[in-house]
Design a protein. Structure first.
Length: 197
């Protein structure tokens, strides 16, 4: 059974109402480089998130990511690969998502976290496997924490082929601002959450 907390949105992950802070997560390498993809856009829009990421790596803190927060945004930098390029690892995504959900569980005002297709763009992984990892960790989090935010997966039209269309339907929770929201209605647990990298 799926967690019913993963929603798909076709649109710009950075497009949000000024009345609400942007809460998002994205994948990073562990070399301190945000040179391409969503990470590059995060660096351009939230330079503080980039500096937090660099300082966290230098500190030797073992957590699989770090959080940057202002009045306008919360950005989770998740360590999904060691080196830049098509080197994302399922196990690293698993650890980073689990840590993020634990951290976010203490923020009752955070109802949803936006993510891109983490690991399935430049990182080179298969999105349906990543989706299964996220779903698995949402189910675990629901058993442990009183508050678990939804995950809103943002994608662009050219990425639709990466999604599992047979397992999605249009959600009744579409807001006025979201152009197209799809909700997963199937079970993607055919892949083990801790799949080998």
């Amino acid at each position: 059974m799926t967690s019913n907390k993963i929603f798909y949105v076709e649109g710009d992950i950075f497009d949000h109402s000024p009345e609400e802070p942007l809460v998002m997560a994205h994948g990073c390498n562990m070399e301190g480089v945000m040179g391409a993809g969503i990470a590059r856009l995060v660096k351009d829009k939230f330079y503080g998130a980039y500096m937090t990421y660099r300082q966290h790596l230098i500190s030797g803190d073992p957590r699989p990511g770090c959080r940057f927060a202002t009045n306008d945004a919360i950005v989770y930098n998740l360590y999904t690969q060691v080196h830049p390029g098509p080197n994302a690892r399922y196990m690293m995504i698993n650890d980073a998502i689990r840590w993020m959900l634990q951290d976010a569980s203490s923020f009752l005002s955070v109802e949803a976290i936006r993510i891109p297709l983490i690991g399935a763009g430049i990182g080179g992984l298969t999105w349906t496997n990543v989706h299964a990892i996220i779903d698995f960790n949402l189910e675990l989090a629901k058993m442990v924490y009183r508050h678990v935010p939804e995950i809103h997966v943002y994608y662009l039209a050219q990425d639709e082929s990466k999604l599992p269309p047979a397992r999605m339907h249009v959600s009744s929770r579409v807001s006025q601002r979201d152009p197209k929201v799809l909700h997963d209605g199937g079970d993607l647990r055919g892949t083990t959450a801790g799949a080998p990298a």
